[in-house]
Write a protein that binds this ligand. Sequence first.
Ligand code: ZN
Length: 250
Amino acid sequence: MRKKKNRNLIKIIIALIILVIVAAYFIVSRSLQNTLREEAEHSADDEQQAAEEQAEKEEDEQARLEKIEEEKNQWYLILVNNQNAMPDDFEIETVEVEDGYYIDARVHDALTEMLADCRAAGYSPRLISTFRTRETQQYLYDHTANKADTAVPGHSEHECGLAADIIDADSLGWGDPLIDEQEDMPAQKWLMEHCQDYGFILRYPKDKEDITEIIYEPWHYRYVGKEHAAKIMSNGLCLEEYLENMQDYY
Ligand SMILES: [Zn+2]
């Protein structure tokens, strides 16, 4: 009798142990499944987030490139050189800056301010050429000794009203002040250092003659707006290089 009782107890214990094992198995496997499901959900979320971020990045880049194309079509970034004639429909309204020198009305304040600040700093900048009519450019071209130094009519920034040739007044007695030594003159040094603050660039830099096809001109300033002028001058570029690779700088 006692033996039977013991056997029953053992059976119950074994049954209980099996029950616990089965229950533990279900609990563990359930929680494992949950963990796996959550992980899968998370990784799907991460993937979606990464895809969204990527799409956003591509959209931003697209918008940036569109803005660059838009900027390139603005009047202040017009490219006029031997290959690119001034467009026939380029509209100019000129106003006098000083001494009978005219410039595009949109550039007037920037040029006036630059000259005034240069003078306030103790220097003597002097305009010697600004806006030129087609007739004037034709006359200069017809009468120049070296045709390579003078833009073909229709291809000069002076005709666009966006350029100013400025020299140091002390070089007026040189006979021809438009020579490399102009870069050593105090007013010129100031202008070369500060022109970008007013939206101007030194349009024909040294060592860029192969690209601009114009000799080094440490007197010819071209208006492009402050934002672009800062990028062009600080990166030591000419306008052709900047427009060609604008996405790297703007
Ligand atoms: Zn010039």
